[in-house]
Design a protein around this ligand. Structure first.
Ligand code: SF4
Length: 115
């Protein structure tokens, strides 16, 4: 099992600010997670930056601090998340097709255009 230094900046620096975790998602009755095209209200969909990043946990109680333990547990974190990759967490079978296929079809790209 890979481990990383979770202390503050080193862990935080792993995040690539891709914004993939900042879209609403839902889980069906079989446990498949679907990513929607609805971003968090505080996500700038063009830059993929959180506009309240430094105060996100105060302003938005739904925002989750991604610790190593949490990243290992969460079933909704995107397979391409830099935290997952840094921890050596493999792609989940059956998930890539269902989740990223939907995401590719609906999430806006870096220019804010819907695919
Ligand atoms: S999906 Fe992972 S790498 Fe991308 S913004 Fe979220 S925490 Fe950062």
């Amino acid at each position: 099992m890979e481990t990383t230094d979770q202390s503050g900046d080193a862990w935080e620096a792993l995040c690539q600010r891709c914004g993939l975790c900042c879209f609403e998602k839902f889980e069906d009755e079989t446990g498949i997670v679907f990513f929607t095209s609805t971003p968090c209200r505080y996500l700038d969909v063009v830059s993929r930056q959180c506009v309240i990043y430094d105060r996100r946990f105060t302003i938005n109680p739904e925002c989750v601090k991604l610790t190593e333990e949490l990243v290992r547990e969460l079933n909704w974190l995107h397979d391409e998340c830099a935290y997952r990759r840094a921890l050596g967490l493999s792609r989940r079978p059956g998930r890539a097709t269902a989740a990223s296929g939907r995401q590719k079809a609906k999430e806006p790209d870096k220019n804010g255009k819907r695919k």
